[in-house]
Design a protein around this ligand. Structure first.
Ligand code: NDP
Ligand code: DGY
Length: 331
């Protein structure tokens, strides 16, 4: 139903978002009834359930909100739309949304280049041992310049294996081509559109793991990718391999990664995502000198976060107006 025909929507917003996005929500006509959790911290789950239970037509959420059957039940028949301020939607039970006819919007494209920049940052940091190097500056063990000190593998000229050559995977590959890297990739099907521009070669996962100097999954988290990187995959990599994860922590069996890093099965890792987030400070991974970890800041440039927030607002308002969403997840 269009807004003109229906009553104004009540919308639950689970976090304080960019003023530009709030303005888009406030400008919707007839005026939306906005219930905003005005905080930098997540809306507690009991609050989310309570605020949906009193009646809501749409939910503007974050990747930290688990949108499962219980949450959708709290929204009940009145809930028509979920707009997530993220490209990834593994935090949302999509089959439950589909079953209930709840429309889902997400924020692809606007974060691709920023996330690719961060991913290349992880590649450089992990290959060239930035964690150990900065620690030695801080703790006074820097010492003198050493001919063999803090050496790691070159990024320049490396063979890079991308698992999931989608928007971000291709943007990372494009950047690494400028480092004269050779690009191998694997996924559900070859991507002829990238083969020529990136000189990328489609290979089986086994071949990619055996040949790549740098292994980078950039596929979504789902039932087929959960726990994909386990002991057997780390063993299949070169002992000199560097593993980079800017996709989702749950792609990785973290105990196996930790063992691979400490036992010398692989050379190093660079992670923007972990399980859980935040990673507890006593996590063995944090103690690994060869594991460089960022706190899920892949898309964290001011411009990109604003673009994500406004796209999520536009998705919600389009749904309210009965228009095509700028970015709808096809369920
Ligand atoms: P895309 O959908 O454009 O790319 C994902 C790619 O993965 C597609 O090419 C897809 O293939 C492929 N794929 C799907 N399933 C598999 C599988 N089982 N094995 C191998 N490849 C597979 O998504 P984006 O590039 O926009 O984003 C990718 C992910 O990155 C997001 O889902 C999110 O989890 C993460 N992300 C993390 C960020 C961060 O802050 N660290 C920021 C943004 C995203 P096909 O084309 O056939 O579907
Ligand atoms: C996403 O959008 O999926 C990221 O993880 C955060 O930008």
């Amino acid at each position: 139903a269009t807004a003109a025909a229906a009553a104004a929507w009540r919308v639950v917003v689970t976090r304080r978002v960019a003023p530009e996005a709030m303005q888009i929500l406030r400008d919707a006509a007839p005026a939306l009834d906005l219930d905003v959790w005005d905080s930098e911290d997540p809306m507690p789950r009991d609050q989310l359930l309570a605020r949906l239970s009193v009646g809501a037509d749409a939910l503007y959420c974050m990747l930290t909100d688990k949108i499962d059957a219980a949450v959708l039940d709290a929204g009940g028949d009145r809930l028509k739309m979920v707009s997530t301020m993220s490209v990834g939607y593994n935090h949302i039970d999509t089959s439950e949304c589909k079953r209930r006819g709840v429309v889902l919007g997400n924020t692809p494209d606007v974060l691709t280049e920023t996330t690719a920049d961060t991913t290349v940052g992880l590649v450089l940091a992990a290959c060239r041992r930035f964690k150990e190097a900065t620690a030695s500056v801080a703790d006074g063990t820097w010492g003198t310049w050493k001919p063999n000190g803090m050496c790691g593998p070159d990024v320049y000229g490396a063979t890079v294996g991308v698992i999931g050559l989608g928007r971000i995977g291709a943007a990372v590959a494009r950047r690494l081509r400028a480092f004269s890297c050779k690009i191998l990739y694997t996924g559900r099907a070859p991507k002829p559109e990238f083969e020529e521009v990136l000189d990328a070669k489609f290979v089986r996962l086994e071949e990619l793991l055996a040949e790549a100097d740098i292994v980078i999954p950039l596929c979504p988290l789902n039932e087929s990718t959960k726990g994909m990187f386990d002991k057997s995959k780390f063993r299949a990599m070169k002992k000199t391999a560097v593993f980079i994860n800017a996709a989702r922590g749950e792609l990785v069996n973290q105990e196996d990664l930790c063992e691979a890093l400490t036992e010398g099965e692989i050379f190093a890792a660079g992670l923007d995502v972990t399980t859980p987030e935040p990673l507890p400070t006593d996590s063995p991974l944090i103690k690994c000198p060869n594991c460089f970890i960022l706190p899920h800041i892949g898309s964290a440039s001011k411009g990109t976060r604003t673009a994500m927030a406004t796209l999520a607002a536009k998705n919600l308002v389009a749904s309210y107006k009965g228009e095509e969403l700028p970015s709808e997840v096809k369920l």
